[in-house]
Design a protein around this ligand. Structure first.
Ligand SMILES: Nc1nc2c(ncn2[C@@H]2O[C@H](COP(=O)(O)OP(=O)(O)O)[C@@H](O)[C@H]2O)c(=O)[nH]1
Ligand SMILES: [Mg+2]
Length: 396
């Protein structure tokens, strides 16, 4: 049984373009075998009555359909409505995103389908790889903006395999749609945010994505673009918000926040104990050692509670094991102190304490001792993270 693919074309005031676009896509269908191909135009009741032209086309071609929205719902809203209709009533296995202004070369459609036959679950048309390009008539600054924005997105998500995050030429299989569309709603995900957001969630759900169908983006010759520079801020906010959420969910980040909290507790409680202890009249040195010990232990307790409840919440300790693990936790902390002292001792014995250089303006002299201390602290932090993972909150 052959599979079904629906090319979804959202339109808003594309009266001058839609006829040529539909003709070109139908022409491209003739090069496709083994797939049942159709076109679904999603029009938001365009003031220029684009939908009337589509109704005429539907009379001539049984595989050209119109979905008419009563209100303008933006690019994202149009695609979500179109996909629901295509995967539902039209029983599509794959849908295409395709612009009405002939910016996308329909002759590439068979390549997208080939990739899906080869196992891809989502396929991206891409402008910024060999074989693809931006419009010749775009000025240099517009090209730089376009490439720059996409490079920025790659950098923020640390994913340079995807070169074109905003391209509106894509093929999407049903499983991807079903996993991703509940996470999007047209209000928030309009314009480029819809394209970036859809791709972002497909990536996070680990679908097989082929980002390498190169195409030459042709500038529209009729009608107006709906995407102005006002569409830039929302996508930027989206990518930074998502990335921040990811970083804050990362174990290393939580571990560092907890560590810093512990350090703050240690310092402030040290001051408190040194203020309170003299009332017991136990002498200066005893006071000093007891206060130091109590403040370190306070920090350890805070660290233990926060790491157990937050950093390692997914590996929370059983009630019965907590006491033993807490004692082990104290030992790992001793380990980190020993590492720091050991490094300082070795450094002093081999290199010795001497000034290295002076920071200009503030006249701060950097000494080898400072280097030993900083290295020791970093090693101590590394040891703690290793030991927590290895001994205290082991992977289950
Ligand atoms: N149904 C619908 N289509 C839209 C809307 N906004 C844009 N489009 C269509 O989406 C496609 C891409 O829009 P376009 O303005 O060409 O964006 P650009 O290529 O980034 O400049 C075109 O086919 C538009 O007609 C909208 O609000 N509703
Ligand atoms: Mg366009």
């Amino acid at each position: 049984m052959s599979k079904t693919a629906v090319v979804i074309i959202p339109t808003y005031n594309e009266r001058e373009n839609i006829k040529r676009t539909v003709a070109a896509v139908l022409e491209a269908f003739t090069a496709v075998s083994c797939w049942k191909m159709s076109i679904l135009v999603v029009d938001d009741t365009s003031p220029d009555k684009t939908y009337e032209v589509v109704r005429e086309l539907h009379k001539q071609h049984s595989n050209v359909e119109l979905l008419l929205n009563q209100q303008k719902s933006g690019l994202g809203g149009a695609y979500l409505a179109g996909m629901a209709h295509a995967f539902g009533k039209l029983q599509a296995d794959v849908v295409f995103e395709f612009d009405a202004d002939l910016s996308h070369d329909p002759k590439k459609i068979p390549l997208f389908l080939k990739s899906i036959e080869g196992g891809s679950e989502m396929v991206l048309g891409t402008r910024y790889i060999p074989g693809g390009s931006m419009p010749k008539n775009w000025g240099l600054h517009r090209k730089i903006m376009s490439v720059g924005a996409n490079l920025l997105i790659s950098a923020v998500f640390a994913n340079f395999k995807i070169r074109d995050w905003t391209s509106g030429y894509r093929a999407i299989t049903k499983p991807v749609y079903e996993a991703v569309h509940p996470l999007l709603h047209s209000g928030l995900f309009s314009g480029y945010t819809f394209q970036i957001g859809f791709l972002y969630y497909a990536l996070r759900k680990n679908f097989v994505i082929d980002p390498n169908i190169a195409y030459h983006f042709i500038d529209r010759t009729a009608g107006e673009s709906k995407m102005g520079s006002e569409y830039l801020v929302k996508p930027l906010m989206f990518i930074f918000r998502m990335r921040l959420q990811e970083i804050m969910a990362m174990r290393v980040f939580k571990f560092l926040v907890v560590g810093a909290t512990g350090a703050a507790v240690q310092l402030s409680s040290l001051m408190l104990y040194r203020f309170l202890l003299p009332t017991f009249d136990i002498g200066f040195f005893t006071t000093f050692f007891v206060a130091s010990f109590l403040s370190i232990e306070s920090a350890i307790i805070v660290n233990f509670i926060l790491n157990n409840g937050w950093t390692f919440a997914d590996r929370k300790l059983e009630e019965g094991k907590k006491l033993l693990k807490f004692l082990q936790f104290n030992l790992t902390s001793v380990g980190s102190i020993l590492i720091q002292l050991g490094l300082a001792a070795i450094g002093e014995a081999t290199i010795g304490l001497k000034p290295l250089f002076t920071v200009p303006v503030i006249n701060f002299v950097v000494e080898t001792g400072l280097i030993f201390a900083v290295t020791g602290i970093l090693l101590g932090i590394g040891w703690n993270f290793f030991a927590y993972n290895k001994f205290i909150w082991k992977k289950k």
